[in-house]
Design a protein around this ligand. Structure first.
Ligand code: ADP
Ligand code: GLC
Length: 486
């Protein structure tokens, strides 16, 4: 099957969150199942610059074709996902390639004001590729679109005679891709789309709804989140629509790139290790303490957090609970994150208050993220909601026991049910400080008093299969089902 996989970011080209990890790994896993997968991504300036500077290993750029969409010239560059046979198309318009900054926001942190035009053009280009109207002599049997940036492709495909069907994956329902009503006219969209059954969402134009309404099948990144988003509490205002499409919606858990995240072969670690050589993990803990200037007190477990600093990640819970434990010298804390200034400041303050036991790095640092997974004893993910979550999977694989709020993909992957053969982390079930605190106390007590139970959980965690194999098989099945029903 020819599959066009659309995403607004893909590792190792460009990444702001887990979507990039998925787009960088799932296409390869699908190739292994015998499909021909082409990935299409916007040609952001920083992405082109990284490839040209040789920072993305072993790939070259080739300008392949240009097309004209509504009078605008769109160039398509061709490259490859490093280490794979996955062809990558980069959609080059000035609004992508001539801007520095983040894919979605300017240097001031505000959304680019023309995001609707940028991502609509991206969708038009993807549809031209999928339907063999881009001069590439290739067409897709199916388009797999991800998140709001790709939503309009699902509508465009429905407008195009004999176009392939689409699957739309929700990586995070909190991000709707909302624009004010004039965007509808800027894009020349028909008035008929302006109604609640289609793209209107409480007076705004919603790109994610284009995916949710017009894709042939919907998926999200864990079975737990698939259930949760159909409830008013966790449906972000779209639960009614999702309930209506219940029969077309499924949850497929993400895998991880087990080559990139491999404690035994991680290029960022001085001392690789595995579940049979767990004492070597503590050398990574010592390295990390040294690198970050923390006191070498091995009795205190090293507790990690890596992630976007946004409310979703449960940072208010951490800020409510951790000071008490730090005061008691019960743990050391390593934080790596970037996001809302309000959270960045609160964590920076924590590091100032506890200079010997707290390290906070504000920024994006791939190497440090790997070293934290390798060095941490415990890894915190108290997310209020979590569609899948990748960090807990990295943590499991690295034996940094995840302590999670058991929602969405966290509840589907972290086991804490009093079963020594299966337990691989710690869970709490209410997003409240006292619930987090109880789970943390329980974990610290086990760390201190029951090394063999702790080691067993680490081995259970590290022995799990987090590869893409099963998920790719599930997507494969879904694609077949989609094709056979159109
Ligand atoms: P989300 O996609 O909601 O941000 P995930 O857990 O699915 O959450 O994925 C986050 C990904 O981004 C992980 O690969 C994580 O290591 C990475 N990440 C997040 N923040 C940072 C950071 N500041 N530095 C390095 N990696 C980060
Ligand atoms: C989103 C979600 C995260 C998920 C990732 C990849 O960013 O917040 O939970 O793991 O997408 O699917």
């Amino acid at each position: 099957m020819n599959i066009l996989f659309m995403a607004s970011e893909a590792f190792p080209f460009i990444k702001t969150g887990g979507l990039a990890d998925v787009a960088g790994a799932l296409p390869r896993a699908l190739m292994k199942r015998g499909h021909s997968v082409h990935l299409i991504v916007p040609a952001y300036q920083s992405l082109l610059a990284r490839i040209r500077a040789g920072e993305v290993p072993s790939v070259a750029l080739k300008l392949t074709t240009t097309l004209t969409l509504e009078g605008e010239r769109v160039a398509l560059w061709r490259t490859r996902l490093p280490g794979t046979r996955v062809t990558v198309w980069l959609v080059d318009i000035p609004a992508f390639s001539e801007r520095s900054g983040n894919p979605y926001t300017g240097l001031d942190g505000r959304d680019w004001p023309d995001n609707h035009q940028r991502f609509f053009r991206f969708c038009q280009a993807a549809v031209a590729v999928a339907t063999n109207r881009a001069g590439l002599n290739w067409s897709a049997d199916l388009v797999h679109a991800n998140d709001w940036q790709c939503g309009m492709a699902c509508w465009l495909l429905r407008q195009t005679p004999s176009a392939p069907p689409s699957v739309f994956t929700i990586h995070n329902l909190a991000y709707h891709g909302l624009f004010s009503q004039p965007a509808l006219y800027d894009l020349g969209l028909p008035d008929t789309l302006w109604q609640p059954d289609y793209l209107e969402f409480y007076g705004q134009l919603s790109f994610i709804k284009a995916g949710l309404v017009f894709a042939h099948r919907l998926t999200t990144v864990s079975p737990g989140y698939a259930r949760e988003i159909q409830t008013p509490d966790m449906g972000h205002g779209l639960d009614g629509l999702l309930r209506a499409r219940h029969d077309d919606l499924s949850g497929i858990l993400n895998g991880i790139d087990t080559e990139v995240w491999h404690p035994g072969r991680d290029r960022y670690l001085a001392t690789p290790y595995n579940q049979h050589r767990l004492q070597r993990k503590s050398l990574n803990t010592a390295d990390l303490r040294k690198q970050l200037g923390l006191t070498m007190i091995t009795e205190q477990p090293l507790v990690g957090f890596v992630g976007r600093m946004v409310a979703q990640k449960g940072l208010d819970l951490l800020l409510a609970v951790l000071p008490e434990y730090l005061q008691k010298s019960a743990l050391q804390l390593v934080v790596l994150g970037k996001g809302d200034p309000h959270y960045e400041q609160a964590f920076a303050k924590l590091a100032l208050t506890f200079p010997d036991t707290v390290s906070v790095t504000l920024g994006y640092d791939e190497a440090l993220a790997h070293r934290i997974e390798a060095g941490a004893d415990l890894f915190l993910m108290p997310s209020l909601f979590e569609p899948c979550g990748l960090n807990q999977l990295y943590s499991l694989r690295y034996g940094a026991l995840p302590l999670v709020h058991a929602v969405g993909g966290l509840g589907d992957t972290v086991v804490d049910e009093g079963n020594p053969v299966r337990d691989n982390g710690f869970c709490f079930h209410r997003p409240q400080p006292d619930a987090l605190s109880a789970a943390l106390s329980r974990a610290l007590e086990m760390y201190e008093k029951d090394t063999s139970a702790w080691r067993q959980r680490q081995r259970n965690a590290m022995g799990g299969d987090y590869s893409w194999n099963q998920s790719a098989a599930a997507y494969d099945q879904l694609y077949q089902k989609t094709l056979s029903s159109v």
